[in-house]
Design a protein around this ligand. Structure first.
Ligand SMILES: Nc1nc2c(ncn2[C@@H]2O[C@H](COP(=O)(O)OP(=O)(O)OP(=O)(O)O)[C@@H](O)[C@H]2O)c(=O)[nH]1
Ligand SMILES: [Mg+2]
Length: 198
């Protein structure tokens, strides 16, 4: 069975938070900044956690034991906020395990038991699959699921051709569907209105 030692988690914390109007990673929900909350949940699944961000200094005072920062660098000729797909690729380049759990930093309702159940299913995922993700009415949920490390070359090729969309990239490959007991856990805190519901 895939153990926590054989899984790496990547948490993305480099978005513009333009809808929120302030850095979502630092917003406290029930007394804990969102990034810290997501990282603490990640710790229940994996030994190694990377926080991929262009600005690690901003988060250095958060309590993130056993998390390591990966400083994102801009692609040549492009501004920094190049989006989550490029951030993921830069993190994935450092990963040593076969599987990686990718998490956005704006998921206040993640459920540890569901993530742990998903981990137990990884061994049975067919070899042809590049990822194992939950599916919801709008498509795959790319920022709360698992990817094989070996998809890095295909990902880089897609990015080099100008691709920036997870959904478009995933359309090209077989993906395993993970059971989602409640859509609620993928609730994304993007706006001040979302925050009021959190
Ligand atoms: N490392 C990294 N993470 C990113 C980047 N863009 C988005 N993310 C992360 O991806 C996740 C989902 O981001 P979104 O909710 O789509 O949006 P956002 O860009 O933070 O905010 P908006 O400007 O309101 O769209 C969050 O965890 C972001 O921090 C990026 O360029 N680099
Ligand atoms: Mg979001």
């Amino acid at each position: 069975m895939t153990t926590r030692r054989e899984l790496t988690t990547i948490v993305l914390a480099g978005g513009k938070s333009s809808r929120m109007g302030q850095d979502k990673a630092l917003i406290s929900i029930q007394g804990m900044p969102l990034l810290q909350r997501v990282c603490s949940i990640a710790q229940s699944c994996a030994d190694v956690i990377y926080v991929v961000t262009p600005w690690p200094e901003r988060y250095q005072d958060l309590l993130l034991p056993s998390c390591q920062f990966i400083r994102e660098i801009p692609l040549s000729g492009e501004p920094l906020a190049h989006g989550p797909l490029v951030g993921f690729a830069q993190g994935l380049a450092e990963v040593q395990t076969q599987w990686v759990l990718l998490l956005a930093c704006d998921l206040p309702r993640l459920r540890v038991e569901v993530l742990q159940d998903w981990v137990t299913r990884l061994d049975r995922v067919g070899d042809d699959k590049v990822a194992a993700l939950a599916h919801h009415p709008k498509g795959w949920e790319p920022l709360c699921g698992f990817y094989r490390r070996r998809c890095l070359p295909q990902l880089l090729e897609f990015i080099n051709q100008g691709g920036r969309s997870f959904q478009q990239w995933l359309q090209q490959y077989p993906v395993e569907v993970l059971p989602l007991p409640e859509l609620e856990m993928l609730f994304n805190c993007n706006t001040p209105e979302d925050l009021a519901l959190s």
